[in-house]
Design a protein around this ligand. Structure first.
Ligand code: FAD
Ligand code: NAI
Length: 466
């Protein structure tokens, strides 16, 4: 029987990063993945394919709606959706293949099969060819991720009533896509299909879309999406979803309790994701799960069994690839005897709509609730030379700073390239910068990043361009 210092179960961004860090630290490491490709949800049916389609659909929309204004006339622009999906598949294959290379480079043993605990130190592998094998692990890191959640009365037939996985591989552009859930998946994939010509209706239970984010962001994003033609029906409660054969009928009640109906050809159910532990044999260990099915860990990501750790979507916290990666690194370093730390308050959140939405730290609502005194500085993108040059003038940046110390407590951005720009705010906050520190740092002109500097200047009532 093969013996390892560490066995990682699951090869998503949590698992494969954990395995690499273990190998870097000199630990004999194996990784188990039940699918034929490595990379988990993120690489295969999540971050990477969704961003590939967001990018392609953005190019198409630009060509159809904006190129003429730039003085580029292209006659007869046609959508080749089959090619768009094929390019997405090629990006996924290349990225997943890259993980195989990284495993080999770092000397990590890769096992294809479902990993299931026999006891706290032995894992049984059930391979897709039917064969079985057992390996021994001094330590195990569980990184089995998550699966789409649904509502009790919805039957996900995966043909017309679909999850994000099917929405990433449709054969035709929907005529009318009814999205249930105005969160990250619903708005990103809704944007893809709106840009490609679909009618898109988003039904959200709560009063705002992207409900966990600062209310400035949800308001601004909803305004932008409305301009693009996406209809967001907030405060609506879905009561039934039916595939009638030719179409999907979604019934709901609006904010006044009146019944409303939506008819479309596809309904994307995007009401969150749930931790995945099926088939893992947790019952053969002392590992415990909470009422939401998430594996319980302490602050060092240790489960109730000291040599078994759990990371990423299968434990509590934001379901984000970069959060899973940080936890993978942390679990590996703790096993190796180090004392790493994650500042969960500084894990950024991004929505890859256009304009992009990105945030880090506390929202205004949270600061109010916590009774923290703060100052606000905002800057509108339309006042920025760079934004006007590229005609991406929607959005703004809001900086929240401590009223006494001026330390930046939260940064909320909506605008072109916010996804990349949020990194500056994360670094500033990791180094506990004041808004004046940013206001006094030179930002290249003309760039979108000047909006962050201006918002910091605005905290001190001294923005230059507004
Ligand atoms: P996963 O990536 O889910 O990987 C878990 C792996 O474990 C899977 O490959 C699974 O097959 C395997 N596994 C499970 N059980 C077993 C077993 N018993 N034996 C062997 N293998 C097993 N996050 C972002 O940060 N940015 C984004 O832009 C983004 N976009 C997304 C878009 C979509 C459409 C979706 C669905 C998600 C997106 N996410 C994004 C979320 C991101 O994909 C997850 O947060 C991330 O993948 C979690 O990583 P993980 O390693 O915890 O688990
Ligand atoms: P989500 O939690 O972002 O959004 C779900 C939405 O559905 C919420 O707004 C919620 O209020 C709403 N909802 C819940 N029940 C409902 C009901 N009965 N009727 C109508 N609306 C209802 O979850 P989503 O979009 O499914 O994404 C899952 C996870 O994947 C997220 O937690 C996110 O972190 C991750 N993800 C991250 C991305 C990114 O970082 N850019 C992109 C896509 C997914």
């Amino acid at each position: 029987m093969s013996k390892y210092d560490v066995v990682v179960i699951g090869s998503g961004p949590g698992g494969y990063v954990a395995a690499i860090r273990c190998a870097q630290l000199g630990l004999k490491t194996a990784i188990i993945e039940k699918y034929n490709t490595l990379g988990g949800t993120c690489l295969n049916v999540g971050c990477i394919p969704s961003k590939a389609l967001l990018d392609s659909s953005h190019h198409y929309q630009d060509a159809v709606q904006h190129f003429d204004k730039h003085g580029i006339d292209i006659a007869d622009i046609k959508l080749n959706f089959t090619q768009m999906i094929a390019r997405k598949d090629a990006v996924v294959a290349q990225t997943s293949g890259g993980i195989n290379y990284l495993m080999e480079k770092n000397g990590i043993s890769v096992y294809q099969g479902t990993g299931s605990f026999v006891d706290n130190t032995h894992i049984k592998l059930s391979k897709s060819d039917g064969s079985k094998e057992q390996i021994e692990a001094a330590h195990t890191i569980i990184a089995t991720g998550s699966k789409p959640a649904s509502l009790p009365f919805i039957e996900l037939d995966k043909k017309r009533v679909i999850t994000s996985t099917e929405a990433l591989s449709l054969e035709t552009v929907p005529k009318h896509l009814i999205v249930i859930g105005g969160g990250v998946i619903g708005l990103e994939l809704g944007s893809v299909y709106k840009r490609l010509g679909a009618e898109v209706s988003v039904i959200e239970y709560l009063p705002t879309i992207v409900p966990g984010m600062d209310s400035m962001l949800s308001k601004e994003l909803q305004k932008s999406l409305k301009k693009q033609g996406i209809k967001c029906h907030t405060s609506h409660q879905v009561t039934s979803v039916e595939n009638t054969g030719k179409e999907v009928l979604v019934k709901a009640t609006d904010k006044k309790g009146n019944p409303v109906e939506f008819k479309g050809d596809f309904s994307l159910v995007a009401v969150g994701r749930k931790a995945f532990t099926e088939g893992l044999g947790l019952e053969n260990t002392g590992v415990q799960v909470n009422e939401r099915g998430q594996i319980e860990t302490d602050t060092q990501l240790r489960t109730h069994v000291p040599n078994i750790y759990a990371i990423g979507d299968v434990v509590k916290g934001a379901m984000l690839a970069h959060k899973a990666e940080e936890e993978g690194t942390m679990a590996a370093e703790i096993i190796a005897g180090q004392q790493p730390h994650i500042n969960y308050n500084l894990i950024p959140g991004v929505v890859y709509t256009w304009p992009e939405v990105a945030a880090v730290g506390k929202t205004e609502e949270q600061l109010k609730k916590e009774g923290i005194q703060y100052k606000v500085g905002s800057f509108a993108m339309r006042a920025l030379g760079r934004a006007r040059a590229s005609m991406d003038t929607d959005g703004q940046i809001k900086v929240l700073a401590d009223a006494q110390t001026d330390e930046i407590l939260g940064v909320h951005m909506i605008g072109a390239r916010a996804a990349d720009m949020i990194a500056e705010a994360v670094i500033a906050m990791e180094f506990r910068a004041s808004s004046e520190d940013i206001a006094r740092s030179s930002h290249a002109h003309p760039t979108y990043t000047e909006a962050f500097k201006e918002a910091c200047l605005a905290v001190h009532q001294r923005a230059i361009h507004s």
